[in-house]
Design a protein around this ligand. Structure first.
Ligand code: IMP
Length: 429
């Protein structure tokens, strides 16, 4: 038995929360290693629906849940989320939740900057979640971020705030945003500090001990490979590394700590926000997928763009993240379609290519090469074993497996926790 890293292999919203919930049952520790409250993981247990943006999904089952150094944390949003899930009956305390002392904070000035830039970008806007994630990562890389460890050192905090504002004031003036005073920011941070510091620890030590004690760790990725700041459809990406390699860097466990890499793949493709999407369907089939798949953002409520399954993209994600197996989600959304299409390659003019190029104009210029595959009239919805699936659905899954070059470890057939067909246990590698 070994650790497992779960990542999205398309543009996010593949249903990672639900898969994490399945795996968290047997894990001892669940770790978030990148992103922030731009994520939205939904878990349905019986009549309760839990929506997480920052908390690792392991909190549903009372597992030790770690927010690693690679995450940018909006402490006010985190506290709201903690309160919200407490009212749903979950227990959150410092025995269960650990915040990495070296994680950077998302501040209100980051949200201001995110919103102001998007508002001015016109057609060039990224379509961000507006949560300040990009600006917070900019400050982290720029070495002027406020981190959790700074909250318990008020003298150092003052100096850090000065340094931060020396960068932000001119930016804010240029964007016609009101000035933020050092006193106001310091007061805000000192007010929130006692509420979060009980959770703050050297998370890498907690994880090191867990590994030495032979405890199983589940790394919970947010967003997805095609939104990775290096490997995604740049600049229409998020501002963190979302690939599996980040599990190690974003939590401090070393390259082999992440264990088995499980990619989560929706049985079709969706994307929120702007950016290239070669298989997008702007027709009634796209609408149908959106309605049947309830393709609206967990946190932002935004409508997701929908399209056919793109095997080129997923094959690329398999390579970039070293994905060893995938969970194919939402197969039931395709029930009742006469014909399905799978993208197997791209055309740019007369050229045929089998990968998504890095350049934005080339990405925008590719047109999909489709293979048609027979649909199924019977229902896959609620199926819990292979033998419950129509033959054409099995064929669809097998064809995807062949095209992406990774095994399908499981298939989900409804949002319900139990509606999953499991072929392979990721903890066994
Ligand atoms: P940001 O992460 O808010 O800066 O947004 C950058 C891009 O990533 C936008 O296209 C967002 O729609 C997308 N994005 C961020 N988080 C998620 C997510 O959890 N699911 C899907 N897309 C996301």
């Amino acid at each position: 038995m070994g650790n497992v890293t779960v990542i999205g292999a398309q543009w996010g919203d593949e249903g990672k929360g639900r898969v994490i919930d399945w795996l968290a049952d047997r894990a001892d520790v669940v770790v978030r290693f990148q992103g922030g409250n731009n994520a939205g993981h939904t878990i349905v247990v019986g009549n309760s629906t839990y929506k997480f943006a920052l908390l690792p999904s392991g909190v549903v089952q009372g597992k030790l849940s770690v927010i690693g150094n690679g995450v940018v944390v909006d402490p006010w949003s985190l506290l709201d989320e903690i309160e919200r899930v407490r009212t749903q009956g979950l227990t959150i305390n410092p025995d269960i939740l650990v915040l990495a002392d070296n994680a950077a904070l998302v501040l209100p000035l980051h949200r201001d900057l995110d919103a102001a830039r998007e508002a001015r970008a016109g057609a060039g806007k990224i379509g961000t979640t507006g949560r300040g994630i990009g600006p917070a990562y900019e400050d982290k890389v720029g070495r002027r971020a406020i981190r959790f460890c700074d909250l318990s050192d008020p003298a150092a905090l003052e100096t850090k705030i000065e340094r931060l504002l020396a960068h932000h004031q001119p930016l804010r003036a240029g964007l016609e945003l009101p000035e933020v005073t050092a006193e106001a920011l310091l007061a805000m941070l000192l007010a929130v500090a006692p509420k979060v510091t009980p959770y703050v620890k050297p998370a890498w030590r907690v994880l090191d001990k867990a590994m030495k004690d032979g405890r199983l760790i589940l790394f919970e990725g947010a967003q997805a490979t095609m939104l990775d700041v290096d490997h995604g459809t740049y600049p229409f990406v998020t501002s963190s590394n979302t690939v599996a390699g980040q599990a190690a860097t974003g939590s401090g466990v070393g390259p082999s700590g992440g264990g088995y890499v499980l990619g989560i793949v929706k049985a079709y493709t969706t994307r929120v926000g702007e950016g290239p999407f070669p298989c997008e369907l702007r027709d009634e089939i796209g609408e149908r997928l959106g309605v049947r798949g309830n393709e609206f953002g967990t946190n932002t409520g935004r409508k997701r763009r929908c399209g056919w399954f793109d095997a080129v993209l997923v094959r690329q994600s398999v390579a970039i993240s070293g994905i060893q197996g995938v969970v194919l989600t939402k197969l039931d959304v395709l029930d009742g379609l006469d014909t399905l299409k799978i993208c197997t390659g791209y055309r740019i003019g007369a050229r045929v290519i089998d990968y998504l190029p890095a350049g934005l104009s080339e990405q925008a210029a590719v047109t999909p090469i489709y293979e048609e595959i027979e649909g199924w009239q019977g229902a896959t919805r609620g199926a819990r074993s292979w033998k419950d699936l129509p033959a054409a659905a099995v064929k669809y899954v097998r064809r995807i497996e062949e095209l992406i070059g990774a095994q399908v470890a499981a298939v989900t057939t409804s949002p319900e926790r139990e509606d999953i067909i499991i072929m392979r246990d990721p903890f066994r590698g």
